[in-house]
Ligand binder design. Structure first.
Ligand SMILES: O=P(O)(O)OC[C@H]1O[C@H](O[C@H]2O[C@H](CO)[C@@H](O)[C@H](O)[C@H]2O)[C@H](O)[C@@H](O)[C@@H]1O
Length: 273
């Protein structure tokens, strides 16, 4: 396959050494499943990223997950795994935590989480199937396993917002999930800082959920050639509306990354380095 025509992709192919490739995890590198603990990486992802990483300035995963969770879910029997991708950086918890060279750096968890741990189960108790995920620096309530996930999410919005205000935390809405997490960081700030740190000359970001809108804004505001890619679903349409390209979920993301590797390989084979 050939890469779609887009000036941002053209810039990446013309000068890959200046390109930063940013990727969300859930719904982008991993198919959406009912149990977050079972959201294993698409098996072709580590291989295609391992091929891509040496060709570009940097590959960075920007996720709401703790980085070590992404590393664990990124294991592929027989490898390579996500953690084997050369030079990979994972900015987890929306940029609060960083994994690089096998080491994690993180601030202390916010004190308001104790209140959330005590109260959120009470709020969710009336909704059969609602499920709480404790991520250490954030706590999320999921409704995907409820009989009517969208209605359950709506019912939770108001009490969760009130609890977040009391706990001094922000609410991060996502695909059948509301997350209470520290304010003051988002995927946009995380990506912008990373682009500056690496001296990026072009950028691609691929995401699927509302939390990725901030990263799209960072691409728009970077002052660089850029391309916003949506890993499409029927569940979230806001991202597709703002994307330059929409691909068919994680399978489509793998295909796009594979096409990018192929284009960069051809460029290198023809001596354009
Ligand atoms: O920033 P991301 O990497 O996209 O993480 C966002 C949230 O993803 C996870 O939840 C989503 O994926 C689950 C597994 O497929 C699915 O069951 C759930 O309905 C989705 O919302 C994760 O569990 C959250 O903690 C992340 O914040």
């Amino acid at each position: 396959m050939t890469l779609p025509a887009h000036p941002g992709l053209d810039a990446i192919v013309a000068d890959p050494a200046g390109a930063v490739i940013g990727l969300d995890y859930d719904g982008t590198l991993s198919p959406i499943v009912a149990d977050p603990a079972a959201a294993r990486v698409h098996p072709a992802v580590p291989g295609v990223l391992a091929a891509l990483a040496p060709l570009v300035r940097a590959v960075v995963v920007v996720t709401g997950r703790p980085p070590l969770t992404a590393i664990g879910l990124g294991e592929v029997p027989g490898g390579p795994s996500l953690g084997d991708v050369p030079g990979l950086v994972i900015l987890g918890h929306y940029g609060l935590e960083r994994w690089e060279d096998g080491r994690v750096t993180a601030p202390p968890p916010p004190p308001g989480l104790d209140l959330v741990r005590a109260r959120l189960p009470v709020i969710a108790a009336g909704l059969a199937g609602a499920w709480i995920e404790d991520k250490g620096h954030a706590v999320a309530v999921h409704t995907r396993r409820c009989a009517d996930p969208a209605a359950a999410l709506e019912a939770l919005r108001e009490p969760v917002a009130a609890l977040a205000a009391e706990a001094g935390l922000a609410v991060e809405p996502g695909r059948m999930v509301l997350e209470l997490r520290p304010a003051g960081m988002d995927k946009g700030q995380a990506l912008s800082a990373f682009l500056a740190e690496r001296g990026a000359r072009s950028v691609m970001f691929v995401g699927d959920d509302l939390g990725d809108l901030a990263a799209f804004a960072a691409v728009e505001e970077a002052g660089l050639p850029g391309v916003r890619v949506c890993s499409g679903s029927t569940e979230v349409t806001a991202l597709a509306e703002r994307a330059d390209l929409v691909v068919d979920g994680p399978d489509g993301v793998v295909a796009l990354l594979g096409d990018l590797v192929e284009s960069l390989g051809k460029r290198s084979a023809s001596g354009q380095v």
